[in-house]
Design a protein around this ligand. Structure first.
Ligand SMILES: [Ca+2]
Length: 328
């Protein structure tokens, strides 16, 4: 494994220091210790061998920090240490939505289409301004009754993939949620490269979810191979936010190598710790990106049906801010 990583990463990218063979100074030093010419050369050859071994060890230990494309980690690792990481105070990536028109294409793409999105959802996602637009300092994502494809509703799902991809950090979104039976807004994260395989093996982080038939109960959840809703083992917490659909609140996740912690208005409400057992429980050592959407109906959002009388419904987002974790 070490050789593979070395060849793919360190040496090919030229990121390693340029190692030298033993210098004349070494040679001279050892000629003092080995006064005959042949003894000196013998010692130098030994030094060369030692240097080769040292170089290999150095390259392996350094390469361990390089991205390792497909190699799964060992099944059992020592649980990580909580280093009480802090976060930068200036965002490394943000959208304040202080412009007018469609969402900034440098930051956001769209998932498009219908077919249920794996949850029997009823909306067709578009990139139309009627479903996603920016004005008055805010992004508005709107689900509405509109026939498109075989669906009776349209909505939007914004995705920062390949435009905003992050490994660890603080993610804060200030939002006001839609209301009404059948609405299912989400602010969440998916893996960018799915290094451990398809859902849920590579993980999912739900910073905020809300289903309209259970007004004001806001959920923070993580899904992994070991912990996901198809097994009833997903890990999450919920909290009543009495003004979730009438006032803006701040939904936040702090993601470190040790834990994923969820906050609403700075109050800690969810704590998922890396138990060190490997990617099945903790695939959160790879890059993730953000998603913002309103689904309509679906296995969860539509569990008590859809009230067509509530539409159109809008999720307003004042800002999305991402802060780097400060390495320790
Ligand atoms: Ca704003």
């Amino acid at each position: 494994m070490c050789y593979l990583v070395k060849e793919r990463g360190a040496f090919q990218t030229g990121s390693q220091p340029q190692w030298q063979w033993p210098s004349d100074r070494f040679y001279q030093t050892f000629r003092m210790l080995y006064p005959t010419k042949s003894a000196g050369k013998h010692a130098a050859r030994h030094l060369s061998l030692l240097f080769s071994v040292a170089m290999l060890v150095a390259s392996c230990s350094t390469s361990a920090e390089s991205p390792s494309p497909v190699t799964p980690p060992p099944k059992t690792q020592a649980p990580p240490e909580d280093k009480n990481w802090a976060f930068e105070t200036a965002p490394v990536w943000a959208d304040e939505f202080d412009y007018t028109g469609q969402p900034d294409p440098a930051k956001w793409g769209y998932d498009l289409g219908g077919n249920g999105w794996g949850n029997n959802e009823l909306q067709y996602y578009t990139d139309n301004p009627a479903n996603a637009s920016v004005a008055d300092g805010k992004l508005a994502i709107t689900a509405r009754i509109e026939q498109m494809g075989s669906e009776q509703f349209t909505s939007a799902r914004l995705v920062s993939k390949d435009k905003g991809d992050f490994l660890y950090g603080r993610f804060e979104i200030r939002a006001k949620l839609p209301t009404g039976r059948g609405t299912w807004p989400a602010i969440w994260m998916l893996p960018t490269d799915a290094a451990y395989g398809g859902w849920p093996r590579s993980g999912e982080i739900d910073i905020m979810e809300h289903v309209g038939y259970d007004q004001n109960r806001v959920h923070v959840t993580v899904h992994t191979d070991a912990y996901n809703h198809t097994k009833g083992t997903q890990r999450g917490k919920s909290k009543l936010v009495e003004t979730a659909s009438t006032e803006f609140h701040r939904y936040r996740v702090d993601w470190t190598p040790y834990a994923i912690r969820g906050y609403i208005d700075d109050e800690l409400m969810f704590d998922f710790v890396n138990n060190g057992s490997g990617y099945s429980a903790w695939p959160f050592d790879k890059k993730f990106h953000l998603l913002l959407n309103i689904a309509v109906g679906g296995n969860w959002g539509g569990a008590q049906g859809v009230d067509p009388g509530v539409f159109p419904q809008t999720m307003e987002i004042d800002y999305v801010r991402v802060y780097d974790m400060i390495q320790k």
